[in-house]
Design a protein around this ligand. Structure first.
Ligand SMILES: Cc1ncc(COP(=O)(O)O)c(C=O)c1O
Length: 397
């Protein structure tokens, strides 16, 4: 069953119960395929899924069953992962500014791998988690990315990193390796090769201090909706690994977020008001929002949608100049301005595709609106199931 048919089933069932809230549709098979593609294309690199990107329990369970690790940024995230029965060894605490109680909890839980990018954070780790396996995060920005993380995280690989490696030695900290994050959703595939070259230089420097590093973390940044680009990135990474880290003794991981969930989720939202604007275009208000799934981390330029019309279910309607506003009282809450959009009526629905990344985790309850329900693709009343089989993975919910 396709996404739109699934949405129709849910809308119909909910409306018979007086419910018209927005909801997600999750295609778990898509997540599984992404995992398989990753293993095939970049076999040396173990993906540690970035929980911050989408913490849907079913996605986490599936990735855990498939053998992924997890990048966690806080106590809540690593507790959620530990509660799934994941070994702490398969977690990296990848936040370079850790809240103290979270750091202590990580120590209590036996989470050892964690990143840092300055001496001050290292001092904190030394005090609260002295036997941690620390990973130095360097800054290595892609030329283009949707959000550049470099201004906030990562030390300079040339002027700061060698000093920090030396400090680790002086403090007797267990430095295991180097990480970077080139920025989220990059098209600059070459950056991974250059960054891996820089990591190699730091491995060599550490060796001059008799420190043996054996861990590389290539971060995230991979889009989930561009297979050609992913192929180029995979080739770049594999070549750079062969060049710099031919030995299988070097453990290499990544922290992909959006790659796994981008295309796995759609959002269905109801038109709650249609009105004419002064300039003649149509204003739609829908019960989704930039404070819900359409946050600043969502690439709204890539609008992909289907419409579900109450009156004429299969008919195409003429496109008209339109603006789509979110449901809150904020006038900043505008998703799309001045776009050509099929004419809709109140209580018609729009299904927005490729909405899995940074939607539900950033979503707030601002103004009392929320989007908390997600249904599996194929849902219908009879199949409101508690277990689900994805060719070889059996999941219980
Ligand atoms: C430390 C860290 N790792 C991984 C990710 C995931 O990045 P992406 O979704 O681009 O793969 C992020 C995103 O902000 C991050 O901050």
């Amino acid at each position: 069953m396709d996404i739109v048919q699934t949405a129709r089933n849910i809308i119909s069932k909910n409306s018979s119960n007086g419910i018209d809230d927005p909801f997600y549709i999750l295609n778990l098979e898509d997540v599984k395929q992404k995992y398989e593609i990753w293993k095939e294309k970049i076999p040396r690199v173990v993906p540690y899924y970035a929980v911050k990107c989408n913490d849907d329990e079913r996605v986490l369970k599936l990735l855990s069953n498939l053998g992924a690790g997890f990048d966690c940024a806080s106590k809540k995230e690593f507790t959620q992962i530990l509660n799934l029965g994941v070994d702490p060894e398969r977690i990296i605490y990848a936040h370079t500014a850790k809240q103290l109680s979270h750091l202590k909890a990580a120590a209590d839980e036996g989470i050892q791998k964690m990143t840092f990018d300055c001496e001050e954070e290292l001092q904190k780790i030394k005090k609260f988690h002295p036997y941690a396996k620390v990973v130095l995060r360097i800054r290595f920005d892609a030329k283009t990315s949707f959000v550049n993380l470099g201004p906030k995280f990562g030390c300079n690989p040339i002027t700061e990193a060698p000093k920090l490696i030396q400090i680790c030695k002086e403090m007797d900290m267990n430095l295991i390796g180097i990480s970077f994050h080139v920025g989220t959703a990059t098209t600059d595939y070459k950056v991974y090769g250059n960054a891996l070259d820089a990591v190699r230089k730091l491995f060599d420097f550490a060796e001059t201090l008799d420190m043996k590093l054996n861990f590389v973390d290539i971060g995230g940044g991979f889009m989930g909706d561009n297979p050609e680009l992913f192929n180029k990135i995979a080739l770049t990474i594999n070549t750079a690994i062969d060049r710099n880290f031919p030995s299988e003794d070097i453990e290499i991981i990544s922290e992909p977020g959006r790659y796994f969930v981008d295309t796995a989720f759609s959002v269905a939202a109801q038109v709650i008001l249609k009105k004419k604007s002064e300039d003649g275009q149509i204003y739609y208000f829908i019960n989704e929002s930039t404070y819900l799934s359409f946050c600043y981390y969502t690439d709204k330029e890539k609008l992909k949608y289907s419409v579900i019309k109450k009156s004429n279910i299969n008919g195409d309607s003429e496109k008209k100049l339109s603006t789509i506003w979110g449901c809150t009282c904020s006038s900043l809450d505008k998703m799309y301005s001045d776009i050509e959009f099929p004419e809709l009526e109140i209580d018609d629905w729009i299904v927005f595709h490729n909405m899995g990344a940074y939607s539900r985790t950033i979503s707030s309850d601002f103004n009392g609106f929320s989007n908390r329900n997600s249904y599996l693709l194929g849902w219908n009343e009879k199949s409101d199931r508690k277990s689900f089989t994805l060719s070889y993975v059996q999941m219980e919910f």
